[in-house]
Write a protein that binds this ligand. Structure first.
Ligand code: ATP
Ligand code: MG
Length: 560
């Protein structure tokens, strides 16, 4: 897919056909319906991009609707974070912020109508009994003994349910459909249950709450939604969606299902993500290892990269697993063009340039981004004492190691050729310093006599560099599909998902950087300043490494 081409998929196909047929008066109106019981994750981003994207593309509207029908699990904190995340992703619901709870009164009236039509009844079976009576995939269900209650009695009991006369679990209101249906969802599903619980918006006004299937189709209908796009697990619920709206003779949106996003080496279920947070496996929803939007944001992901990822994965009707490296590819592609390149030494080893004068330094020109010349150049200080990466030196270099070693010459980027003439060790034998000479003729990085070196290293001036903490992240789970083998996703948590380096040396220009600023540390990876940074204590999160593993996967997929 090229950048400019519009996404093509079966949902957009359906919408084009509907527009041609002037269905819904040629309107397109979608909604994104999160339940405020957790933070949004990258799977939700797929749904957000799809719903808001379609509305934009077809000049329609997209509502933000909170599906707040379960007061025991929902909180204001989640509502706030969801709004923040949708906005951050770059979408705008304007004045169309809705709540299913705004329609509780109307939903109640519709339920009364169903009762009057003989299409709903109050049932006294306990939740366990209801389950028992429901039957299985191969066995049809049994009618509830309360199924044929007279309408008057149902009306009276339902009103008393609302008035708080009964305890939790003692009664439900059920749709009267078909206990022998091949679709279990149609076996007299519960429409209302009693829950004496305070709701974050309606307070204690209600002690009966509508079930998702009932609330969702009515909310869609009230809002004039045209295409109600949801994930595949709701396919079997569609007959129920249609049943309610048909029986009540209400305006009828069309439900369309698509495959949810599954991403390798992580989990995308709020229930599981909440466990990770509550049990302290991560520091919070915004832990940079979390697939939550807030975690990705803190990690350094941009909205553009996430939207680009959603475009690339597309929309399909069959479940599949997307490799995490595609998401990483998208942020790498973005930061490659936009992030300033700087030099940072994350595992420092001191280098003394013995023939460089003491008490002086010079400023050398460095390019900010060779992929984007408009980003210009900057000065970096060079002096007698430097740091290089510990990994860039080997006292006893193996064959394929071309970086610094005793008596070997390498280039220091933007600076000079240097040659290692001595290795200083402490009493335990650990290398603590290298002594080098530099060739003043090679300023800028080239030798006038044309001699070549096999490696170019990054470095910082010891005197000028600033200290920083660097946090390196790896996959949160060691398995592609966590818990698939063991049955418990937590057994596959990666014990090495976070490595903290506290003694990193960064070029001085970064001293004033602020939370959210993004850089490429040359030869190391892409990084973003963490919001826990403070004056004098910079913390960098590694967003992604420089190595592109997606290209390899893509190639092998094409060859298949
Ligand atoms: P979870 O399984 O994480 O708890 P959910 O489906 O219960 O998710 P909702 O708040 O109900 O979470 O989801 C809001 C919308 O986002 C729904 O339309 C849902 O289908 C969609 N959505 C949730 N997870 C994914 C996913 N992994 N891929 C695509 N869409 C998703
Ligand atoms: Mg849901």
């Amino acid at each position: 897919m090229t950048e400019s081409s519009k996404p093509v998929d079966f949902i957009r196909e359906i919408i084009r056909e509907d527009l041609k047929a002037r269905k819904y008066d040629s309107r397109v109106h979608t909604r994104f319906p999160p339940e405020p019981n957790g933070y949004l994750h990258i799977g939700h981003a797929k749904s957000i991009c799809l719903n808001f994207g379609i509305a934009e593309e077809f000049k329609g509207f997209c509502n933000l609707r909170f599906d707040d029908t379960n007061p025991t699990k929902e909180e204001i904190e989640y509502v706030k974070s969801i709004k923040e995340d949708v906005k951050w992703l770059g979408f705008d619901w304007q004045d169309r912020e809705f709540y299913a709870s705004d329609y509780f009164e109307q939903m109640y009236r519709y339920a009364v109508e169903l009762i009057k039509m003989g299409k709903a009844y109050v049932c006294d079976l306990s939740p366990d009994e209801i389950r028992e009576y429901r039957g299985t995939l191969i066995e049809s269900g049994k009618d509830s003994p309360y199924r044929n209650r007279p309408v008057e009695e149902n009306l009276d009991l339902f009103e008393r349910m609302r008035n708080g006369e009964f305890p939790n679990g003692s009664h439900t209101l059920r749709a009267k459909i078909d206990m022998a249906s091949g679709n279990i969802n149609m076996r007299d599903p519960v429409i209302y249950r009693i829950l004496h619980a305070e709701h974050h918006r309606t307070g204690n006004k209600w002690c009966i709450y509508p079930m998702y299937d009932y609330a969702h189709c009515i909310s869609d209908s009230i809002e004039g939604v045209t295409h109600s796009i949801c994930t595949l697990e709701f396919e079997d619920h569609r007959p129920l969606y249609d049943w309610f709206l048909n029986e009540l003779k209400l305006y009828h949106p069309q439900q369309i299902e698509f495959a949810r996003l599954n991403l390798s080496n992580t989990v995308l279920s709020k229930r599981k993500l909440i466990q990770l947070v509550q049990e302290g496996h991560v520091s919070g929803w915004d832990d940079p290892r979390m697939p939550a939007i807030s975690g990705l944001r803190r990690r350094g992901y941009t909205p553009e990269a996430i939207r680009n990822f959603c475009d690339r994965i597309g929309v399909a009707k069959r479940d599949s697993m997307v490799d995490m490296s595609l998401l990483e590819y998208c942020i790498r592609e973005d930061m490659n063009k936009t992030a300033q390149r700087v030099m940072a030494v994350i595992r420092p080893l001191k280098v003394v340039i013995v023939n460089y004068p003491e008490d002086t330094f010079e400023e050398l020109d460095a390019i900010n981004n060779p992929e984007n010349t408009s980003m210009g150049t900057r000065k970096v200080p060079f002096s007698r004492e430097l740091y290089i990466e510990r990994d860039d030196f080997r006292e006893d270099p193996p064959k394929q190691f071309f970086r610094l070693a005793p008596d070997r010459e390498v280039r220091l980027r933007y600076a000079y050729f240097v040659k290692c003439i001595d290795v200083v060790k402490d009493s335990s034998g650990e290398i603590i310093e290298l002594r080098c000479t530099y060739d003043p003729e090679t300023k800028g990085g080239d030798a006038p006599d044309g001699r070549k070196v096999k490696a170019t290293l990054h470095w910082v001036s010891a005197l000028h560099s600033i200290n920083a903490e660097v946090r390196l992240y790896n996959h949160l789970f060691t398995k592609i599909n966590p818990g698939e083998e063991s049955g418990d996703f937590k057994t596959d948590i990666n014990p090495k998902s976070l490595e903290i380096l506290r003694n990193c040396k960064i070029e001085p220009g970064l001293a004033s950087s602020k939370a959210g600023d993004r850089f490429q540390f040359e030869r190391i990876g892409y990084f973003c300043v963490d919001h826990d940074s403070s004056e004098g204590k910079l913390i960098f999160n590694r967003t992604v490494t420089l190595r592109d593993t997606w290209a390899k996967i893509e190639k092998s997929q094409k060859e298949k």
